[in-house]
Design a protein around this ligand. Structure first.
Ligand SMILES: Nc1ccn([C@@H]2O[C@H](COP(=O)(O)OP(=O)(O)OP(=O)(O)O)[C@@H](O)[C@H]2O)c(=O)n1
Ligand SMILES: C[C@](O)(CO)[C@H](O)COP(=O)(O)O
Length: 256
């Protein structure tokens, strides 16, 4: 009788793509071009963000979600810059939507069938270090359905209620700071989990402020890896000053 080995299913390597929502207007930054297209030390913020993803060996595809009327302009802009030192990262550009949630959904729709893991990364966090990207990707590869990089908060955070008659808002509660985390991007997901969240979770108004929050609503566990202070979000004018200072420090220390 011939002996046959027990069949072991072939291990399918995870293919991880990054989706970069970059379709916001940047209203809190003040008047000017859409935020992702504004310069940091002469290079558009979006280019910094794409490079930050492409620097990770785990990421082989980047989907950029451009302002709805600006996809062709963004394609031209990206074609004019060196994006990946290794030259192996494919970059796709698609038009975005009215809210961040809608833009991410449109980015997910552009993913090819063989992608198994997704990192969602704000164009507005252009300086995230590669170690943070790698840590999130590694947790996804190790089987976590949802991963967020996060930092402890330094301020005391209070919940407030509505003001009576337009007066000052009353404090309702002081949250226990030791248990709070400020969450950054890239947030990493098993593709099926993130798609399910975007199919099932509908939020009114501005939509979900992050993708992990939508996955939480499915009842799926989200785990935390250490974030990084340089992964801060460029939101207000002072953040531009800080971002340029970080770039100047990197150039002095590392030459890039
Ligand atoms: N309709 C939208 C709104 C936001 N974003 C993206 O989501 C990320 C985080 O959003 P935020 O920092 O709030 O950017 P803006 O919406 O541009 O800023 P603001 O709220 O100040 O207008 C950004 O990379 C932004 O481009 C998006 O792709 N589509
Ligand atoms: C996704 C995010 O960066 C996590 O902190 C954040 O929630 C985005 O918020 P925004 O108001 O769209 O900038």
């Amino acid at each position: 009788m011939s002996h046959t080995e027990p069949s072991v299913p072939p291990r399918i390597p995870a293919r991880i793509a990054a989706v970069i929502p970059a379709a916001g207007r940047g209203l809190r930054l003040g008047p000017g071009a859409p935020k992702a297209l504004r310069s940091l030390n002469g290079t558009p913020m979006l280019v910094h963000a794409v490079r930050a993803m492409a620097r990770s060996r785990a990421v082989s595809l980047v989907v950029v979600v451009a302002p709805p009327e600006g996809a062709a302009e963004v394609r031209t802009l990206l074609d004019g810059h060196a994006l990946a030192a290794r030259g192996t990262t494919e970059v796709i550009v698609v038009p975005g939507g009215e809210t961040r949630q809608e833009s991410v959904r449109l980015g997910l729709a552009a993913l090819p069938g063989d992608v198994t893991g997704v990192l969602v990364h704000d164009a507005a966090r252009p300086l995230v270090p590669v170690d943070t990207v790698d840590a999130v990707a590694a947790a996804v590869r190790d089987g976590a359905p949802a991963v967020v990089p996060a930092l402890p908060v330094s301020d005391t955070v209070k919940e407030v209620g509505p003001s009576a008659d337009g007066g000052p808002e009353p404090v309702v509660a002081t949250l226990e700071r030791a248990r709070l985390r400020a969450v950054q991007t890239p947030q990493g997901f098993d593709r099926g989990t993130l798609l399910e969240a975007h199919e099932k979770v509908a939020l009114e108004g501005e939509g979900a402020t992050d993708d992990a929050g939508m996955v939480e609503r499915l009842g799926v566990e989200v785990v935390v890896v250490p974030g990084h202070e340089e992964a801060f979000k460029v939101t207000r004018p002072l953040d531009l000053v800080l971002a340029e200072a970080v770039l100047a420090r990197r150039r002095a220390n590392d030459g890039f």
